[in-house]
Design a binder for this molecule. Structure first.
Ligand code: ATP
Length: 237
């Protein structure tokens, strides 16, 4: 049984069909990457898994449970957590307060303290800036807060939408290394990235979305080696 199983999913925005008959699975322990051009439906897929937008057809199950109509907050409690595109850091809150927002649903003080330590080990920069307001952090630091906050919910499945977006090259490397580390510590990851080369080289498997439909699904190294994928998404002819 896959941890996440999406079957025959369609999603509409009004009359616009953003996703059509999308099926994909994520096994426990995997990093799975979705690649596709602008507007292909990557963010919509993530929002559907988080429960932020309803399906017009199809189903989503998580850990064997049908969650197609489950409220978003209850999905968080089941262990699905999204670090959204555009980051969504609360500008008037400190780094600590932002991280605290990730674990509002938890009561296990010891576990929370351990996870604070884990986030600060992954992102030493955040420890230095623990009392700084979110809105005054650099783009890369805000991205770290957004990922750290998602980790504070102790997710079984972490949804990362464009984690490298807008980052300076040295941060991009760091974020991808951290994604691998988070995965090795036991969190399953579904990743959406424009930076397809990096994302696929960190992933176990990948899916290609084109105008709302899955057109390819393979082991990540096969996608990396595929001439059509190279030409369309990796900037290498
Ligand atoms: P990008 O890489 O540019 O973020 P994406 O693959 O994440 O693209 P989506 O954001 O999922 O693509 O958008 C899929 C399609 O749905 C696009 O055609 C987009 O214009 C449309 N769409 C997205 N959000 C809305 C909305 N709120 N209302 C209407 N159409 C929308």
């Amino acid at each position: 049984m896959a941890l996440l199983e999406i079957a025959g999913m369609s999603v509409h925005y009004g009359r616009i069909e953003a996703l059509r008959d999308v099926s994909l699975t994520v096994e426990e322990g995997e990093i799975v990457t979705l690649i596709g051009a602008n507007g292909a439906g990557k963010t919509t897929t993530m929002r559907a898994v988080s429960g932020l937008i309803p399906l017009s057809r199809g189903s989503i199950s998580f850990n064997g449970e049908d969650i197609t109509r489950l409220r978003a907050d209850l999905r968080v409690r089941r262990g699905i957590c999204q670090s959204p595109e555009g980051r969504g850091v609360f500008p008037g809150m400190t780094v600590r307060e932002n991280l605290d927002m990730g674990c509002y649903a938890r009561k296990d003080r010891k576990g929370i303290d351990a996870d604070f330590e884990r986030v600060f080990e992954l992102f030493p920069r955040l420890k230095e800036r623990i009392s700084q307001q979110g809105g005054t952090l650099s783009g890369g630091e805000q991205q770290m807060v957004a990922i750290g906050r998602a980790l504070m919910a102790r997710p079984r499945l972490l949804l990362l939408d464009e984690p490298s977006m807008g980052l300076a090259p040295q941060f991009i490397q760091q974020i991808f290394a951290i994604i691998t580390e988070i995965n090795q510590q036991g969190t399953t990851v579904l990743l959406v990235e424009q930076n397809a080369q990096q994302a696929l080289s960190r992933a176990h498997r990948g899916y290609v979305l084109e105008t709302g439909s899955v057109t390819r699904s393979s082991a990540a190294n096969e996608l990396l080696a595929d001439p059509a994928v190279k030409e369309a998404y990796l900037g290498i002819a």
